[in-house]
Design a binder for this molecule. Structure first.
Ligand code: NDP
Length: 309
């Protein structure tokens, strides 16, 4: 069996040794250095070059190195019958929840205002905010969204979530579908985007969405850059409809040098690190996907291409 690493990898050697620790005899090649197109049984991909995957005549599975698969589905020439699987991993989920909790507490405990006061050597307590009265809304109640929803609930926030299909989660006020979006948004002091990028969700963080939030709401986008209409965010920050934003993802990454977000006083930027895959943590599920696909067995975390996630 041969697994091909295809696309952008920070360090292919780390991936190879993590996988080989669990299965030393698995042959692993790195694109574009491989012997024969027909030898490739499985591809592990992140932002692969378009039009390549269709050439592997014996391919049995496409594995995403992350939770999202928009980077795979942007390839319009994918072979229709090859399953796509994504990674679902405890460490990825914990990292994401830690990131969001950090961003929310930074906003909720007014650290940005205290930093301004520190620069003025000003010793002054601001009015405290009641956690119970701070409603956090999570767009997307999947693996990541439901984890952060539960953790925020334990911290005492009032939590609500929005998904495509109806959900029941303990102590979370659940909304679903287009028709309930504005009702969901109407009380969110903080809005967190954890949706997959699909034709339905692209541009969802736009002026209409911001207008439906209470004035002064805070935005956290950890999903994909194309969820956000950037001009609409700048307008909402200027008008005070939004009080700030924490952004981890951008339509063009790295964020271009002259982009207005870099120096915006109300925007916090991180370089797509909210939750990064740790090869050693996910190696066993990559091997399981390769083996099961070889044996024609049902795969875990298979993507429904018709839904786009
Ligand atoms: P899941 O597939 O588990 O969950 C997706 C959720 O979004 C589901 O609740 C789904 O609803 C909901 N959803 C999808 N489409 C719609 C729609 N049109 N309207 C309303 N709700 C919708 O994904 P994960 O939680 O694992 O991951 C979410 C995203 O986070 C990934 O796709 C990825 O883009 C991003 N991500 C970002 C990272 C980073 O470092 N910044 C790291 C990891 C992931 P339903 O439950 O009804 O199907």
């Amino acid at each position: 069996m041969t697994l091909l690493l295809l696309g952008e990898f920070e360090d292919t050697q780390v991936w190879i040794s993590a996988i080989k620790t669990h299965q030393p005899d698995l042959k692993i090649e790195v694109y574009p250095n491989f012997d024969n197109l027909a030898d490739i049984d499985a591809v592990l991909v992140w932002m692969h070059p378009l039009g390549v995957i269709e050439k592997f005549s014996n391919l049995k599975v496409i594995i995403s190195t992350g939770a999202g698969v928009d980077h795979i589905l942007r390839d319009r020439n994918l072979p229709a019958n090859i399953p796509i699987v994504r990674l679902v991993d405890k460490s990825l989920t914990s990292q994401m929840s830690e990131y969001i909790i950090s961003a929310i507490l930074h906003f909720h405990r007014q650290f940005a205002d205290y930093k301004i006061q520190q620069n003025q050597q000003l010793w002054r307590g601001l009015s405290p905010r009641n956690t119970e009265n701070c409603t956090v809304g999570i767009l997307g109640l999947g693996v990541l969204g439901s984890d952060i929803a539960q953790k925020l609930n334990i911290l005492g926030f009032s939590v609500r979530g929005w998904s495509r299909t109806p959900k029941i989660l303990d102590n979370i006020n659940c909304f679903s579908g287009e028709t309930q979006l504005n009702l969901f948004l109407s009380e969110c002091s903080v809005l967190v985007c954890l949706l997959p990028l699909t034709p339905e969700t692209e541009g969802i963080l736009n002026q209409n969405t911001f207008a439906a939030l209470p004035q002064g709401a805070y935005l956290i986008n950890v999903a994909r850059g194309k969820h956000l209409v950037e001009e609409d965010l700048l307008t909402a920050l200027t008008s005070g409809q939004l009080s700030g934003a924490c952004l981890d993802v951008f339509p063009i990454e790295p964020l271009p040098e002259n982009h207005p977000f870099w120096r915006h006083p109300q925007i916090i930027i991180t370089p797509h690190i909210a939750a990064k895959t740790i090869p050693a943590c996910v190696a066993p599920q990559i091997i399981a996907a390769v083996q099961k696909s070889q044996e024609g067995l049902q795969l875990n975390n298979q993507v429904d291409v018709s839904k786009g996630y």
